[in-house]
Each structure stands twice: as C-alpha cells, then as structure tokens.
Design a binder for this molecule. Structure first.
Ligand code: HAM
Length: 459
C-alpha cells in the first residue's frame, strides 16, 4: 500500500521550527497592540461571490487559483451554495465590518489577523498552496479620518518597526499609487490605446486582459512580455491632482518618520480592490518569490460588497516567507566569519566593488571588502581569514554580470549571475551552531540547519 503524504503545496511544520513561528506571531501581536489594533478571526471559507466581487473576476487569484466547491443542500431550509477556501483575508474582514455594522460606532476599526490562506499556485520555494498571513486592516467612515494619508504612512511605519523587531534587515519598500477609480479608468484607456499595436506579440492572458482589464497586463510574469510592458505608459501620468496630493502627503510623512522607500511605477498589485497607495516589501534573500508582504488602500471595497462608504488600508505579510528570510539571515549572521569577501582585480575596480558590497549588505549579508592593489594571492589569503567565500570582481565579471564565487570550506568554484548573488551567498551560508541552537534568553532563535532541511519540506 502506498504511504499517504501531505498534499502537494502543503507541509507539516515541526519543532523546533514551530518555535520560530510562535516567536514571529508573538512579536507581531505585541507590535500591533502598541498601534492599538485588536484581533479579528473570520471563517476559513466564505461564499465564492465575496472573492469574485471583492478581489475581482479577472485576477489570477479568482480566475485560476481558488479552491471552490458546490456545497450541496442537506435540508429543505438550505440552498446549494458555491463556497471557497479564503485565498486572502481582506474581503472577509470587510464583509465582517459590514455584517456587524462596525462603522456605526463612527470610529476607525483597526483589526489584525493571523491564519491560513489557500491558493492553487504552482508550488516552489516561498510559494505554497496553504500558507499563513499576518495581516491588518484600518477601516472606517471618512468622518473618522479613514482616507487620511497619515493612516497609510502609519501602517508603513508600523511594518518597518515589525521587520526591525523581528531582526529582518535588508528589506526594500516599493511604493506606488494606483489612483482613484476615475484615474484608473483614464489609465485603462491610455493602456488600451498603447496596447493596440503591440498586443499581438504578447501572451494569450495579456491578449485577453488587454480587452477585459488592461491594468492586469502589468502583473504578467512571462519573460518575453516584459520588454513590451516596459514601453507602456505609467499610471503616475493618469493621476488627478487629489490623488497626486494624497501620494505626496504619504511620502512626506514617510520622509519625516525616516522610513526609506522607492517608487515603483509597475506596482499595481494582483487584486482589483486597490485605490491610491499600493506597496510591497521585498527581500533579496527570498529568490524569485521575493515579496515579504503586500498591501494598499481600498477606498471602494465596502461599497463593492454592498456596504456603506468605508475607506480602508491594510497589508498581509507572508509568514512562511518571514520564516525563510529569518532562517537565511540567522545562517549568515551566526557565523564568526563574513559571508563573503569581495575582491576587486585592480584599483580601477575599487568603486565597482564598493557598489557590489553595498548591494549585498543591503540584502542583510555580512561582507568584507578587499582592495584592488592586492595581488590575487593576497586577496585569497585575506579572504580565507575573514570570510567563508570569495567573490572575484574583474573587468570581465563587471561586463558580463557573471561573478566567480569560491567557497573555502568545499573548495567549489561557481559562476553566479549578479542578480542571483545575494540569494546564492545567503543560501550557501552554513551556521556553525551546534544542534539545539542558541538558548540565551531574549536572543534570536536559531534553528539548526540540519534540522531545518529535514523539516522544511518544499513540495
Ligand atoms: P497578496 O500580495 O496577495 O495580498 O499577499 C500578501 C503576501 O502573502 C505576499 O506578499 C506573500 O508574502 C504572501 N503570499 C501570497 N501568496 C502566497 C503563497 N502562495 N505562498 C506563500 N506566501 C504567499 C493580499 O493577500 C492582500 N489581502 C493584502 C492586503 C491586506 N491588502 C490590503 N489589506
């Protein structure tokens, strides 16, 4: 008889890794309490219509990824109903806000949740069919200040605090505005016009979306379509004065609070309910699935679901991805030695080596920087004393974007594309921790790598 296994895209979390999950959740609860959020728990399945109307029929989530079934009536008093395992929790929270009349208090509702979500995506590292989100929503009548750009900035500042307290360094905040629904209508028209001459070269999904919902073309991941997408107009040019002013106030408040961000014109997010501010925090240590979290404003969602006017903003952190990032960072940071020594071949490459070291350090890696006047032998000697690997940067490497990395403990030399270097160095980091990890109270929890590999079953 064949043995039964966890279903593809799902996995068991075992000790000691579960202790890390508990620490993350406790930190999140403590940060959310300081910002005056309370917890909401909504059902794991909902009426399918909620997601079709809230998230949008044309999104990948609704059109391809939902676990939906017909729940047959079992009694005369029941109706057969289409039900769906929640692929995300914002629609459920707004449904609960409407159902319980939470807006009637006139106060802002600040609600957080922690729990499983389900999407039928192709599983890979950091992408599962059952995954956990830690999210929060701020929603209320406009008279309670729910539209204020200060709410957006406060949420982003809270997220920066959460990541800091978890010990996650090296994140990047990508920020954009997708405007009001009128702005988006203008932008959709501009996109439709710009797509006419090029759409025939694009993938079938883009060809369909160019007709039904051109904004979704920007979510396309097909590599061959990317150069075409880069030539399309950006949404910033379609924002009216009020949307521009809203965005300017969000960025001014972030500047005042010292939260760094970069403007990303392509960040329209894969859900239809967003208005104005959209954002994602990415981390270089995650590889292809590099979004640690995502969110934005959804000023029309409550009305789309038949409720009162109730602008809101929120986010969801991928808890599985937080765990992966923390484990990768722990692996490199526990070590006495730097993850890598960057060795420029010649003084003319010193500046390029500094830029490369900066790039790697921004991904949370500990990096030692060499000096171009060293001969290669001297660089190797210095590197062997201070780092676990050496990254050689010569003129050829700079031009080709392919770097040579030598690992001192295995002796293996590998050619790595620059864009993948941080992930490569993070993942080749081997902790020197003994089994059982560090047990100093209050110290970051370490899960020994040997145990992790066994437990983190990526299907
Ligand atoms: P989302 O961008 O679809 O947004 O998901 C948020 C985060 O959940 C992602 O950045 C990622 O870290 C994680 N995530 C998504 N899919 C998977 C998967 N298959 N496996 C592992 N992790 C995954 C939302 O869900 C919105 N509800 C966020 C929001 C709240 N917007 C406003 N309020």
């Amino acid at each position: 008889m064949s043995t039964l296994k966890a279903v593809r895209g799902t996995r068991d979390l075992l000790p000691p890794e579960t202790a890390l999950w508990n620490r993350i959740e406790a930190t999140a609860r403590s940060v959310f309490a300081r910002y005056n959020f309370g917890e909401i728990r909504t059902p794991v399945f909902e009426d399918t219509t909620l997601f079709a109307r809230g998230v949008g029929e044309e999104t990948d989530i609704v059109s391809k990824e939902m676990y939906t079934w017909e729940d047959r009536a079992r009694a005369q008093s029941e109706k057969t109903q289409s039900l769906t395992l929640r692929p995300e929790n914002t629609a459920g929270v707004v449904r609960a806000y409407i159902e319980h009349g939470l807006g009637e208090s006139g106060q802002l509702q600040k609600l957080y949740y922690i729990g499983p979500q389900f999407r039928r995506e192709r599983p890979q590292k950091g992408r599962y069919r059952q995954f956990s989100q830690i999210g929060a929503e701020v929603i209320g009548p406009p008279s309670a200040g729910s539209e204020s750009p200060l709410r957006d900035a406060e949420i982003l500042e809270m997220l920066a605090t959460l990541l800091d307290e978890l010990g996650i360094t090296g994140w990047t905040l990508h920020l954009n505005s997708v405007g009001s629904s009128a702005d988006r209508e203008r932008y959709n028209q501009a996109l439709r016009a710009a797509l006419v001459p090029v759409v025939a070269q694009m993938c079938p999904d883009c060809q369909r979306r160019a007709e039904t919902n051109p904004l979704r073309v920007l979510d396309c991941k097909v590599p061959a379509d990317q150069p075409v997408i880069d030539t399309l107009p950006v949404i910033a040019d379609s924002l009216d004065e009020a949307s521009q002013a809203h965005f300017a106030q969000v960025t001014a408040a972030l500047d005042a609070a010292g939260v760094p961000y970069t403007r990303n014109h392509r960040l329209v997010r894969g859900l239809d309910y967003y208005t104005r501010t959209t954002f994602e925090f990415t981390h270089g240590g995650l590889g292809a699935q590099n979004a640690l979290l995502g969110g934005g404003r959804y000023d029309g969602l409550s009305e789309m679901l038949g409720g009162p006017r109730a602008p809101g903003i929120g986010f969801a952190v991928g808890e599985d991805r937080l765990v992966l990032t923390l484990l990768a960072l722990e692996n490199t940071q526990q070590d006495e030695k730097a993850a890598a020594f960057v060795a420029p071949l010649g003084e003319a490459l010193n500046a390029a080596a500094l830029a490369l070291a900066r790039e790697l350090r921004r991904s949370g890696l500990r990096i030692e920087l060499g000096e171009g006047s060293f001969r290669l032998k001297k660089s190797f000697e210095a590197a062997d004393k201070t780092a676990r690997q050496i990254v050689i940067l010569g003129e050829d490497e700079l031009q080709s974007g392919i770097l040579t990395v030598k690992n001192f403990s295995t002796g293996i030399q590998t050619k790595v594309p620059r864009a993948e270097l941080a992930v490569f160095l993070l993942n080749s980091g081997q902790s020197l921790e003994p089994e059982g990890g560090r047990s100093t109270p209050g110290a970051p929890l370490v899960v020994p790598p040997a145990r992790i590999q066994k437990n983190a079953i990526h299907k």
